[in-house]
Design a binder for this molecule. Structure first.
Ligand code: TXA
Ligand code: MG
Length: 317
């Protein structure tokens, strides 16, 4: 586990323009000083991430917000009061202080306050907002344990080990428009929860074309073996004896070489917590295929199915 001394060492790396992997409540992040474009460029290099994919900026206090956005709207305060610290990223117009490389040249910046004491203390000790994508190689499965980061990014300057992350999938991302909010990426904070504060309003498809959002990448979170969702017919060559199953109900598990039961009682939140770690284990296992049982597409299930579809996308056509 992480000590205060380690956080202080990590903060020094951030201040001096190096990269630190750190736990958040969702997944591990690969962080750099968000206001230092050279440091941020190193994130794209280490992750092998295309620079058209913008980063989320992490803050530790609501007082860090005005330097990043000039946007004043009481809806932001409402959302922050209810959901921060927590897994909600809000897309806001960026201030001049935010380097273009953070936002991939967009006029907006994604901001969130993570609900993890190590992350918050790291931001405070660094004295700057921290830009951080998930700490995996681009397109691969997100890390929910320090060992997943070590496997994918062994060359990171410093890694803070905070054990397993408690939410397990990435933050919900929303943007605001004149009439309400819309969801750019589904997460454990659901549309229904946000609708209790502000109305949902999706801009028409024509307007949406210009928004760069993670939803635009159909393939993502790709495991190193073919993956199939069991709502479609399996290919002829698929063999349960050579496959691992991601199971939601515990039904029809017979004949699979390995079964990863994601929840004992069909609880979607537990399923989200365990999902990426289970996929990481199946990546390491001696099997040829991964099969995934679909989960009910409601509430958090929407985000889980979104991850499964992206992971299986390459093999679903
Ligand atoms: O839970 C999380 O959000 C984690 C932890 C580390 O905070 N971070 C994370 O970052 O998932 P990343 O980079 O893997 O995914 C962030 C997504 C990107 O795919 C990007 O397209 C979207 O956020 N994004 C960032 N800024 C944006 C902006 N200004 N407009 C639209 N989408 C944006
Ligand atoms: Mg990611």
């Amino acid at each position: 586990m992480t000590t205060q001394e380690q956080i202080i060492i990590a903060a020094k790396h951030i201040q001096e323009g190096r990269l630190v992997a750190f736990p958040t409540e969702t997944v591990y992040g690969l962080g750099a000083n968000a206001l230092d474009p050279i440091a941020v460029a190193k994130i794209f290099e280490l992750k092998e991430r295309p620079t058209f994919d913008p980063l989320i900026v992490h803050i530790a206090s609501i007082e860090d917000l005005p330097q990043l956005t000039s946007f004043k709207d009481n809806r932001v305060t409402l959302l922050a009061d209810k959901f921060w610290p927590g897994p909600l990223t809000i897309i806001l117009p960026k201030s001049d202080l935010v380097p273009d490389i953070v936002t991939s040249g967009l006029e907006t910046v994604g901001i969130r306050m993570p609900d993890n004491p190590i992350a918050l203390e790291l931001i405070r000790q660094s004295g700057c907002p921290i830009a951080a994508p998930s700490a995996n190689k681009f397109g691969q499965v997100s890390p929910t344990k320090a060992k997943h980061v070590r496997k994918q990014l062994p060359d990171v300057d410093y890694l803070l080990d905070g054990g397993s992350t408690k939410v397990g999938i990435e933050s919900t991302i929303i943007s605001l428009n004149e009439k309400g909010f819309e969801i750019l990426r589904h997460g454990v904070i659901t549309r229904e929860e946000i609708e209790q504060l502000i109305p949902y309003f999706s801009l028409d498809e024509n307007n949406k074309k210009n928004i760069v959002s993670p939803g635009m990448l159909k393939s993502h979170y790709s495991p190193n073996k073919p993956m199939y969702i069991l709502d479609k017919k399996l290919p002829e060559h698929f063999d349960k004896a050579k496959a691992g199953l991601l199971s939601f109900t515990g039904n029809d598990c017979a004949d699979y070489k390995i079964v990863e039961l994601l929840t004992d009682n069909k609880d979607l939140r537990t399923c989200a917590v365990n999902l990426f770690a289970a996929i990481h284990r199946l990546e390491e296992a001696d099997i040829e295929y991964i099969a995934a049982e679909p989960v009910p597409e409601m509430g958090i299930g929407i985000a889980i199915m979104d991850k499964l579809r992206k992971a299986a996308y390459r093999y679903s056509n």
